[in-house]
Write a protein that binds this ligand. Structure first.
Ligand SMILES: Cc1cc2nc3c(=O)[nH]c(=O)nc-3n(C[C@H](O)[C@H](O)[C@H](O)COP(=O)(O)O)c2cc1C
Length: 420
């Protein structure tokens, strides 16, 4: 029995039941998402820091223009005046989604991971623009992430694609799901799928720092399936977090899940946006290198490698150029921590490290925040060590097919290439 014995039916269409999860900032690149799409599965792009991502891909200058527009504010801890230009935001989002959708060649689908926690100093307006622009550019589906998303559906309820686009929600408890569903039922717009993200996932976690260790994905998935049955709701459930082999996936599919969402194994794919050097750090990671900490300014615990350069930041807040995590009054905990550290630093020492929080916008933009799932230390089981001591980077297709065809927890390594 392998994953290929199952199919995921969504909106009358059949998919291979493998979803590559969204990994911001541009770790789940268009190319990575398109690999899943080409193989009949579902790939996510992420709209985290989309203007910065456009600058990287298309050579636009959204970030530097914004930085210049607010240059006079650079030394001011009050960032309330630093606003995103909504027209430019819509333009960037449309461009990025167009660029991905226009290159579809397979029978799968491309979804966008859209995080509510990217509050961008104007949460409702910027989220609405991001969602609408993605819909206008023809995205197949949107996965609402990082937040309870209680008001998110309202933002697009009058859009012509509101009822036809696939909409999903990421939850980590039945409680969060039932709160979300109350609003969805009132709008007569139930989610088309539910991603249940457990405690071993990468990125931000929907559990508290003290709580994640006592939680299990299997239990939450079983509770979610039972809850939906009790409520007479037929909505596909997609577990995520720690699903490392195809056999792990089959176990969830056999207990009633419709597909699985995976990410960590794809961080080291040739198509992933992480720089190759960082991919090598991921593969070399040992179990003791992984921690869940509260360095993220979102308020959610986040899993990352302890060696992440972002944990050593003493950089000036970069909100004039980025500012994706400013709350609606222009605040971010990193700003306060930075100015406190600046005041209390020893002037004899030039460099200082800001404790408590990191500048996540910069950390993610520079690939200095090495977020990963708990299974990152097993990546070395999935590939070959090359004669020079580095690791071979598999293609997304090789990883995808390994999930699809693996039996008895076997992992097939990529074919050894002479040169990469
Ligand atoms: C490097 C990395 C970045 C991630 N970024 C995001 C993100 O931006 N938004 C989100 O909702 N989930 C994010 N995730 C979570 C994944 O989409 C996925 O649900 C989860 O990691 C699956 O578990 P696995 O990594 O153990 O396979 C990220 C995961 C990783 C590994």
């Amino acid at each position: 029995m392998n994953v290929n014995n199952f199919r995921f039916t969504l909106g009358g269409k059949e998919f291979v039941p493998i979803v590559i999860g969204g990994m911001g900032v541009n770790i789940s690149t268009s190319e990575l998402a398109l690999s899943a799409e080409r193989l009949g599965g579902i790939g996510h792009i992420s709209d985290a820091e989309v203007m910065q991502v456009c600058d990287q891909i298309f050579g636009t200058t959204y970030t530097s223009d914004k930085r210049q527009r607010y240059a006079s504010n650079f030394n001011n801890p009050d960032k309330s005046s630093v606003q995103f230009d909504l027209e430019q935001l819509a333009e960037a989002q449309k461009r990025f989604v167009d660029y991905t959708m226009s290159r579809k060649t397979g029978n799968g689908a491309i979804f966008m991971n859209c995080m509510e926690k990217l509050t961008m100093n104007n949460s409702a307006a910027t989220l609405k623009v991001r969602l609408e622009a993605a819909l206008n550019a023809g995205i197949d589906g949107i996965t609402l992430a990082a937040g309870l998303n209680l008001r998110t559906l309202d933002l697009i309820s009058d859009h012509e694609r509101f009822r036809d686009v696939k909409l999903g929600i990421i939850i980590s408890s039945v409680r969060a799901l039932s709160i979300f569903l109350k609003r969805a039922i009132r709008l007569e717009r139930l989610p088309d799928y539910i991603v249940v993200e457990g405690p071993l996932a990468g990125g931000h976690l929907g559990f508290s720092l003290d709580d994640w260790q006592s939680q299990s994905l299997q239990t939450i998935v079983a509770e979610t399936i039972a809850f939906l049955k009790k409520e007479n709701l037929d909505i596909p459930v997609i577990p995520a977090g720690g699903i490392f082999t195809g056999t792990d996936a089959v176990e969830y599919l056999q207990m009633g899940a419709s597909a699985v969402q995976v990410a960590t194994r794809f961080t080291i794919a040739q198509e992933s946006g992480l720089p190759d050097k960082v991919k090598q750090h991921y593969i070399n990671a040992q179990p003791e290198d992984v921690e869940v900490n509260t360095a993220s300014t979102t308020g959610y615990p986040m899993r990352m490698l302890k060696q992440s350069p972002t944990l050593q930041y003493g950089i000036k807040p970069n909100c004039e150029g980025l500012g994706y995590l400013l709350d609606n009054s222009g605040k971010c905990p990193y700003i306060d921590d930075y100015y406190q550290a600046l005041e209390s630093r020893d002037p004899a020492e030039g460099r200082f490290v800001v404790k408590n929080h990191t500048c996540l916008c910069t950390g993610m933009a520079r690939y200095d925040c090495w977020t990963c799932g708990q299974t990152v230390s097993r990546l070395k089981e999935t590939t070959n060590r090359l004669p020079d001591g580095t690791w071979q980077l598999p293609t997304a297709e090789e990883i995808f097919n390994d999930y699809l065809l693996s039996e008895n927890h076997s992992i097939s390594k990529p074919a050894i290439e002479k040169e990469q």
